[in-house]
Design a protein around this ligand. Sequence first.
Ligand code: NAP
Length: 279
Amino acid sequence: MSSPTFGLAGIMGWPVAHSRSPKLHNYWLEMYGLPGAYVQLPVAPGQLDLALPGLAALGFRGCNITLPHKVDTLKLVHEVDANAKRMGALNTLVVQPDGSLKGFNNDGFGYIQSLLDAQPDWRADSGPITVLGAGGAARAVVLSLADRGAKEIRLLNRTPEKAQALAAEFGAPVKALPWSQRHAALADVALLVNTTSQGMHGNPALELTLDALPRHALVSDVIYVPLETPLLAAARLRGNPTVNGLGMLLNQARPAFHAWFGVMPEITPELRRAVEATL
Ligand code: NAP
């Protein structure tokens, strides 16, 4: 009987040294007793077209794609999954049996799963949703909430044109509102999501007054450094349930690991603790 072959995967970006993905995937390789390694693949801007064709030749099963390559990779792979096409960005590549590359985006899956992990009976259609920010993370969050049946998504961004463009692209139920209305846009919502970089380590806190927010509303922040942003701390203090960004990070990795190594991995409390220790 032949033994399983050594599996290789990695994280391609510039820089990649700060990424928690090696910790995560190597933890799962060990947990499931699979021979393999997940390595850093630092690829400078301008080198992507040289690096990608090398993956199959080097025996990689695939890799994650991070900044600044998430959009440029779309044009350089042989096939793009329908969901990644709609997101306009990739975060995962899988080497196909014929050596060609197929691109996926699991950020939306990771986001929805993080809400379900926190509240198993959570539903996207249980009330209006307010999303702050209109960058890359917002695309994944808004699209996945709309796909889960959200009926009204109020989208507010400091630069209004970006929110308007997303609303025009995704259509109903997404409505762009002026940034100045963000405090009032919390009335009646079942879910508030911060996808801006405000509140992240090194950045000022998001300027937001929570007075209009119903106390039962779920408050989610996609930031995971720190685990509790000033927004989440303020929400917790007034009694709102909260979800931090670590669950999105951990859950987006699961379908990628499955595609490369054949096991849908579980997020155990020990794994959470191991990754939290690196934050
Ligand atoms: P991005 O594309 O650069 O978007 C940044 C967003 O923040 C934009 O909407 C931007 O508004 C807004 N913003 C920046 N400075 C602001 C300010 N002073 N006031 C108000 N809004 C401001 O970045 P991204 O990739 O979406 O990432 C955003 C955050 O999500 C980061 O903290 C990142 O770490 C986190 N993230 C987490 C995960 C996860 O797995 N948990 C995944 C992806 C991203 P403008 O358009 O006006 O500039």
